[in-house]
Ligand binder design. Sequence first.
Ligand code: SR1
Ligand code: MG
Length: 401
Amino acid sequence: MSEYHPLSLEEAVALARTIPDHFRQDAELSVEEIGDGNLNLVFRITDSTKGKGLIIKQALPYAKVVGESWPLSLDRARIEREALEIQHSHVPDLVPAIYAYDNELAITVMEDLSDHTIMRKGLIEGQEYPHFAKHIGRFIASTLFYTSDLGMDQQAKKEQLGRFINPDLCKITEDLIFEDPYRDSPNNNFSEDIRPDAEALWHDDELRLEIALLREKFLTHAEALLHGDLHTGSIFATRESTKVIDPEFAYYGPMGFDIGAVIANLLLNFAAQPGWSSNSEELHARRLRLLTMAQGVWKHFETHFRDLWNRDLVDVMAKTPGYQDMYVQKVLRDAIGFAGAKMIRRIVGLSHVADIDTIPGAELQHQAKLTALKIGKALVKRGRFASSIDEITGIARQAAK
Ligand code: SR1
Ligand code: MG
């Protein structure tokens, strides 16, 4: 084992050669650093003659997006790798395979998914993902159910929870999603054209109360092992296949947080569509697809979650009639509230999304931000009282008028 240091390109290639059964000894390998996220180095090593590759992901000891002034624990690489292993054990077809790791170097070596596209990019380009809702619904239901007190031995769950205390990354979420957008924080990052709308958030007490309640759930409700950052940039997709990556924010938290993250990012793309669709027919079709997908994410989650509950429940008391319905309703309400919070943070908080920020044309961008903020606020305010996922489509359509 070597002492921690960021890998050079040469070291990445040398490491790739040590992975058993992957590259021939004499293979000519090329390497690129392709990390475009906020936190890590990502190397892709390829044998172009064989079209074969692998990925080496390495955590940096600070947030790349800000710099060395924002230190982050390297233990997040272990947390991410262990979360990937657990997720892979439940839904092997939806998570990349891991080939090797080194905790000291904060490295995970895994399957190259370059035949897939990052879903955020695909959605911006108008790509269709007809199986996505089914796939991600099953991913979320299986990974959450089997890591919760419902689906795993409760003493083992307590032990597992201990391995996923993830203070640095949880703190990012607590600040960037549940605090900064609701006060005049130096971390905020919004364009001047929406200043009045951003400042209005700081004084909207109805909204701030709901955010405080969601924040409390995020801080205290250790229901299941979450992915923790399940946006469309953490998903590789093709028309037929879905792969979930990057669970470095994994920790034990409220189930609705992961579902809300997916829905939020579909709705951010919905809000952005006037900037990406070339005519009103295309706009209508794309938006309908996105709303159907967002509803589908919940519907597939619920169906699969109830099936697992009826088949593999380990908690005797959870068999009590009425409990499953109450549990599912709680998760639905949390998901809607968290979805709203996750939309708002991407408009006024530190970290934005390309769906909105790369729209060509200032006016279209401005309108997209306002639509996203409107949807986000309405979801947060409605979440605690919602009774059906169909409410989100009404909210989105109303905001887009
Ligand atoms: C400082 S990290 C900013 C954001 O990037 C990640 O993807 C998370 O969403 C985090 O909040
Ligand atoms: Mg990430």
